[in-house]
Write a protein that binds this ligand. Structure first.
Ligand code: SF4
Ligand code: SF4
Length: 470
């Protein structure tokens, strides 16, 4: 009796050699690769004019100051909830895109696809197209093989380094950090991020490639929940293609009933995830359209009818019309519009000023020699505007009171202290609030501090507090 060998739970990894294929969808993807990488690599170099004392980098995550500069927009720590809202909006955008156009994000926009495309192109430049690469890998080591392999990996590492470098430039003044990298004085976290992203880019886009899409990416697993029979997919049309026939003589024989697929395998050899689209819809398909380009090229060459593989939907395959406007698309689209609209409205009407007041508790009040009572406070003013501003400070609700701000000697005509705050600055002051003896009542009194911009009375903020008395 033969003993059965336990089979492995894991399949062996087979290296995929995607053939480089030109065509409409390849050109479309190159355009997007150029656009996305152009934006990613060059945006930190873009300068932006701001008020004196503020950074002139168009996009900057200023972590020490906890501020995010996006052109004229500055996101402050108190806007941190926006991050959660933006993440929800991004998730909704992905749901919307998936319900409407399937895995179009994977095939055209995902950074894994974008960088893998670039790495594959570098591989093709050094090692040739699919057949040459396969031949090279199975050949003995020679000086030539060593040269092309080393050169390819070096270029991959350089791209990885540029990727990591561009990323850290978003967190510091890019030109300064660039020279710091060159003279070795860049901060340790910057070096660490650069090295980490160089290695991860090299591994993900150069070595792991389709493994990331098939095994690591969670989106590949849960996107099925957003799919329905109207979502866009790449599909082979068996009613046109089958029975496939590679033998030309049989195909050209009018008696034989062959389909349009000539079983040339072109669609399989170009596939970056190594699948055969003729086997039906598979979760590994990232809808990149390479197999469409491949099949169209073959058919064009043979002057045969095209569109054996095309972007379609399950409903269209069944002979019906795709329904673009359907409940799940409308719900995702509406929710996305609501979140984006909410972000836009908040940013447009966000008050450019914030006032915060803290009452000093020790002592709760001070009795002056003339019998008046004094309370001390600390105020914090945040000027979110892109220009320096002067504000007047006043107190409502306290009769016969006087207000003074430590280190502020300027007052307006109504004797209100005038405080100048630089653009994007947070300033803290100590204030003394005094009530004269002849208006004194006992107990606490509700008061309101009011801060008003001198150049625009509409810009104001207030803070409720208490004045304490014996
Ligand atoms: S099957 Fe076609 S569309 Fe899908 S990943 Fe492969 S080449 Fe791209
Ligand atoms: S490229 Fe087109 S013709 Fe060739 S095997 Fe694929 S589906 Fe058939």
């Amino acid at each position: 009796m033969s003993e059965e060998q336990p089979s492995s739970l894991y399949s062996d990894w087979k290296k995929i050699y995607p053939r480089y294929q030109t065509g409409f969808f390849r050109r479309l993807r190159w355009s997007l690769v150029a656009l996305f990488l152009g934006i990613y690599y060059f945006l930190p170099a873009l300068r932006w004019q701001r008020a004196e004392g503020l950074p002139d980098q168009a996009i900057l995550f200023d972590l020490p100051a906890r501020k995010f500069y996006f052109f004229d927009l500055v996101i402050w720590p108190q806007d941190i909830f926006l991050l959660a809202v933006i993440l929800i909006a991004a998730a909704l955008a992905l749901f919307f895109m998936t319900a409407l156009a399937g895995r179009i994000f994977c095939g055209y926009m995902c950074f894994q696809t974008v960088w893998t495309d670039l790495f594959l192109y570098v591989e093709k430049l050094f090692e040739g197209n699919r057949k040459q690469r396969m031949k090279l890998d199975s050949s003995e080591w020679t000086l030539h093989k060593l040269y092309v392999k080393v050169a390819k990996h070096l270029v991959w590492l350089l791209i990885g380094m540029a990727t990591g470098g561009a990323f850290v430039f978003y967190f510091a003044d890019a030109p300064t950090l660039f020279w710091q990298f060159l003279d070795g004085t860049a901060p340790i976290p910057a070096w660490f991020t650069l090295i980490f992203l160089t290695i991860t880019t090299y591994i993900m886009a150069g070595i792991a490639r389709e493994q990331v899409c098939i095994y690591m990416c969670p989106y590949a697993r849960f996107q099925g929940a957003m799919f329905d029979e109207d979502s866009l997919i790449v599909a082979y049309h068996p009613e046109l293609g089958e029975p496939r026939e590679s033998n030309r003589r049989i195909r050209e024989n009018k008696e034989s009933k062959t389909g349009l697929c000539i079983d040339c395998n072109a669609c399989v050899t170009v596939c970056p995830t190594g699948i055969d689209i003729r086997d039906g819809q598979q979760y590994e398909c990232i809808t990149c359209g390479s197999c469409i380009d491949a099949c169209n090229t073959v058919k064009d060459r043979m002057h045969m009818k095209n569109e054996l593989i095309r972007y379609t939907s399950m409903r269209e395959i069944q002979g019906e019309k795709t329904r673009w406007f359907r409940p799940r698309v409308l719900i995702y689209g509406t929710l996305l519009a609501v979140f984006l609209g909410g972000i836009a409205v908040y940013l447009a009407f966000r008050p450019p000023l914030s006032l915060n007041v803290i009452k000093h508790r020790q002592p709760i009040y001070i009795t002056q020699s003339d019998g008046s009572i004094q309370n001390n406070f600390t105020i914090r003013i945040l000027n979110m505007h892109t220009q320096a501003r002067t504000f007047s400070l006043e107190v409502d609700g306290l009769a016969n009171s006087s207000l003074s701000v430590v280190a502020i000697n300027k007052f307006d005509k109504q004797n209100r202290p005038l405080i100048k705050v630089a653009s994007g600055a947070v300033m803290t002051f100590t204030i003394y609030l005094k009530q004269s003896q002849n208006s004194l009542k006992s107990g606490s009194q509700a008061i309101t501090f009011k801060l008003i911009a001198t150049d625009d009375p509409e810009i104001e903020d207030s803070y409720d507090s208490k004045f304490m008395r014996p």
